[in-house]
Design a protein around this ligand. Structure first.
Ligand code: 8GP
Length: 837
């Protein structure tokens, strides 16, 4: 019997209500929080009050562990990872926190005794959508794993007042609604008014002689704002280690100078306040960055400057001296968005700490590492030199000097190769002069990684090839992973319980290779039946939710075929739509056609300015409208679009999917992580040889994966020789009939022009080679159907998929970063109380 369960003698002191882990302590804490924080009695509490009281009850338990962690990290001078990311897509906190604390069961029982609907309380939480998609969600999984692996870490980012927009579907179109997630307060963060830093913009630089008669540079900015810290504690699973997610909010600076400047000028003062607050106001809703937006550059510099200043403060408060900075910290750049940190650390070391260039550069270079997340050329960030000159004149000078010293090295190493020098320069000279952020990130980092084997290979051989020639040892791969706590335990508790039963306890959730133990049950009919029941139950849950939200009835006996991810042409949702139209045409031609009943389910947001993606959403909904109401189809197939795909709604989809669509054009998806989430929940994948699909297929076994389409090499070859989609359109009558059906106006109330931009693009340009992979995709879908007809075979494949997904835990990924890139060690915080773990 655990300490928490042991009955107390009347003489034993009462378990503290702010930290106790028993059901009784949780009940009392809950009532106290409802009363003392929300100011409510149970009888008059709103659903939101009930949620807040639960959140504070969980948070109290986090804080106690957090303080212990912070004390240990400080006293032991622990080497610390700083993860710099413009995005964190955290998902709801409450359920995950209870799981990580190991008190889900106690909390559920406490809720029952208080006559609360536990599920409804969890549902009430509005998630912080501080990210767009894969990159932001990866940062959240990594924070979870860092704490679980007991690695001291700080995540730095921006506390956007408005996160990613909420998506509504009106008349089939995406409508964006602003995400006012802070409206009702955020119980998970602690404001830190004393932790704030000035951040400067504009102005000019000056040369001056310092006290030792050395020439130095000083930046005389035109504008100063400040960043204030908001801290969210991140607890690991089965440990008392708590790390810090520190997000910065921008505010008007409160300096005297600033006030003097504004004396009598109230409008000016208010305007300055608004201008300052605008910086952390809103997340840019593009999955792949859109260059040239001044506010975005301001945001990037804002969070990077606060973070580097904070790191220096922490360092001087503990280890000091500044020369040892890189022994205390290693900083991971999550894509190039925080790459200005390289110039900022240089500036602070040179201008504020009086260091010479070589020493400052040595420290900077040893501090940073860079992860690339995309190969799409339009996503490679560049900033106009003119913009940088205006906003960050000192940083531009530093970038020029880094560039000059770097290009000197290139000239010596690659003698008389001017073309190479131009290609590698940090400054692009074609057209308007631009700073190439990826080049800055590579030059300023000691390690550079891609996020899946194929992606890292393509990074080395295409976009950063010249850099790989120069510094091959700097390049490496760390394949992405996802958190099994979030994406099995929280999302799919039924499956989580079955796995715990097979493994004997919940330790699999931090040692995911234990999933292998499922393999021995793969052919056991009784186990298979339980497996199918778990999937069916999740399908019923999803069907209920979809019926209530969208009015579309899904039948759990159908094969749930799901594609959920950002809407983007390279991800090829239109290929999926063509298959749906083909299936529909087959039904129309022969209503008795023997089909596996399917529900085609989509989810995903389109960037608000990305017309083609928004038209794709309209097409999916238009096809759904026709098919779902055609009596001849008679429910054999259904098409549904889940509105507002986010972490919370994703958690409804992953457990319910039978088939996971990972159908991007080979060479375009850096890794993908949805592919891992689906597979971990027992969905089989239909996919191309792209991103991490390749490694997933290798892990689960070729026979348990529906592969189709060209590989990256073939894609490159066919594009080089001149790809003509027109030939496919004319050469394949079924393909032509599918495209013609869209053009006929059947899905657009007779409007033959609505979808023309989409079909014309496919037939004439088709940059993502949808038509070239169409036939192979249909064939693979046939294999899917025939496998699904045999439940024993399908279930076996599903079990084996889960059993072999251990490699794709974000714990494995973080272990690789820790050992191969960061050189950091776990530092366990001593355990306080016993829990369910
Ligand atoms: C994404 C990649 O597209 C995806 O394949 C990968 O799994 C994920 O990163 C995590 O590594 N990239 C982005 O989300 C991305 O580049 N976003 C930036 C514009 C914000």
């Amino acid at each position: 019997m655990s300490k928490a369960q042991r009955p107390k003698s009347p003489c034993e002191p009462r378990e503290p209500t702010r930290t106790g882990m028993s059901k009784e302590a949780l009940k009392q804490a809950y009532i106290d929080n409802l009363f003392f924080i929300q100011g409510r009695f149970r009888e008059v509490a709103t659903p939101h009050d009930l949620y807040m009281a639960a959140a504070f009850t969980a948070r109290d338990r986090l804080l106690e562990r957090w303080v212990r962690s912070a004390q240990l990290f400080k006293s032991s001078h622990a080497r610390t990872v700083c993860y710099l990311s413009a995005e964190y897509l955290l998902g709801p906190h409450l359920a995950k926190t209870l799981i990580n604390l190991g008190i889900t069961q106690a909390a559920r029982e406490a809720a029952e005794e208080l006559e609360l609907d536990f599920t409804a309380v969890l549902e009430e939480e509005e998630e912080p959508g501080l990210g767009n998609g894969g990159l932001g969600r990866l940062a959240a999984c990594f924070m979870d794993s860092l704490a679980t692996l007991r690695i001291p870490a700080i995540g730095y980012g921006i506390r956007y007042e408005f996160g990613i927009f909420d998506q509504r579907i009106e008349d089939g179109w995406q409508v964006e609604v602003s995400d006012n997630w802070l409206r009702n307060g955020n119980p998970w963060e602690i404001p830190r008014p004393k932790i704030c830093f000035p951040v400067c913009y504009g102005g000019h630089t000056e040369r001056y002689r310092d006290a030792d008669d050395q020439w130095r540079t000083r930046w005389v900015p035109a504008m100063v704002i400040q960043g204030m810290a908001y801290d969210t504690p991140i607890l690991g699973f089965g440990t008392d280690n708590v790390n810090l997610l520190r997000l910065w909010k921008s505010e008007a600076a409160e300096s005297l100078d600033f006030q003097a400047f504004n004396i009598g000028d109230y409008y000016g003062a208010v305007h300055a306040k608004i201008e300052a607050e605008t910086i952390s106001k809103i997340l840019y809703p593009n999955d792949e960055p859109e260059a040239g937006k001044e506010l975005r550059l301001k945001q990037q510099y804002f969070f990077v400057s606060c973070s580097i200043q904070d790191m220096i403060r922490l360092h001087l408060n503990t280890v000091g001296p500044i020369e040892r900075f890189d022994r205390k910290f290693v900083a991971q750049l999550n894509d190039t968005h925080p790459a200005l940190a390289i110039a900022e650390l240089m500036r602070l070391l040179l201008d504020e700490h009086g260091m010479d260039w070589e020493q400052a550069w040595g420290i900077t270079h040893r501090t940073f590492c860079y992860t690339n997340h995309t190969l799409l050329p339009e996503a490679l960030e560049t900033w106009p030199v003119a913009l940088l000159e205006r906003l960050l004149p000192r940083h531009l000078e530093i970038i020029y000097e880094i560039n000059q010293r770097f290009l000197d090295q290139v000239r010596i190493r690659f003698f008389a190769d001017d073309a190479r020098v131009a290609r590698m320069s940090l400054i692009g000279e074609d057209g308007e002069r631009q700073v190439r952020m990826a080049h800055l990130a590579v030059v300023g980092s000691h390690q550079v990684n891609g996020v899946a084997e194929l992606h890292s290979e393509l990074v080395r051989t295409t976009i950063l090839r010249d850099f790989h020639d120069l510094w091959p040892e700097r390049f490496t791969n760390v394949t992405n992973g996802v958190s099994p706590r979030r994406f099995i335990m929280v999302s799919n508790p039924r499956l989580g319980r079955l796995i715990s039963e097979v493994c004997g306890n919940t330790s699999w959730a931090r040692d995911l290779e234990q999933l292998r133990r499922l393999e021995e049950h793969a052919d056991d009919p009784a186990f298979q039946a339980r497996w199918r029941e778990i999937k069916s139950a999740a399908k019923r849950d999803l069907a209920d939710w979809m019926a209530a939200r969208t009015g579309v009835d899904l039948d759990p006996v159908q094969l749930f075929d799901v594609q959920a991810k950002r809407i983007h042409e390279y991800k090829r949702q239109h290929l999926n739509v063509l298959h749906i139209i083909r299936t529909y045409q087959r039904i129309k031609q022969d209503p008795n056609h023997d089909l596996v009943p399917r529900a085609f389910i989509f989810g995903g947001k389109a960037a608000p300015g990305y017309f083609a993606a928004k038209l794709l959403i309209k097409l999916i909904n238009a096809v759904a409208e026709v098919i779902n109401h055609d009596p001849e189809v008679n429910g054999t197939i259904r098409v549904a679009f889940m509105p507002d795909f986010n972490v919370k709604n994703g958690q409804r989809l992953y457990p319910a999917a039978d088939l996971s669509e990972q159908i991007s054009l080979a060479g375009k998806e850096a890794s993908g992580t949805g592919n891992m989430k689906f597979s971990m929940n027992g969905a089989l994948t239909i996919g191309t040889l792209d991103g991490a699909n390749i490694e997933i297929r290798r892990a689960v076994g070729e026979e348990n994966f529906f592969l189709f389409g060209m590989d990256a090499e073939t894609v490159a070859h066919r594009q080089a020789e001149g790809y003509r989609p027109w030939d496919h359109y004319h050469g394949d009558p079924e393909l032509r009939a599918d495209i013609d059906l869209i053009n006929s106006g059947l899905f657009s109330h007779g409007d033959t022009s609505l979808f023309r931009p989409l079909t014309d693009q496919l037939v004439n340009h088709d940059p993502f080679m949808v038509l070239a992979d169409y036939r192979a995709y249909l064939e693979a879908q046939e294999h899917v159907s025939s496998a699904y007809r045999d439940p024993a075979r399908w279930t076996r494949m599903s079990i084996l998929n889960v059993a072999r997904m251990g490699h794709f835990s974000s714990d494995r990924a973080i272990r690789e970063y820790a050992e191969r890139i960061w050189a950091v060690e776990p530092l366990p915080v001593e355990s306080g109380q016993e829990t369910e773990h």
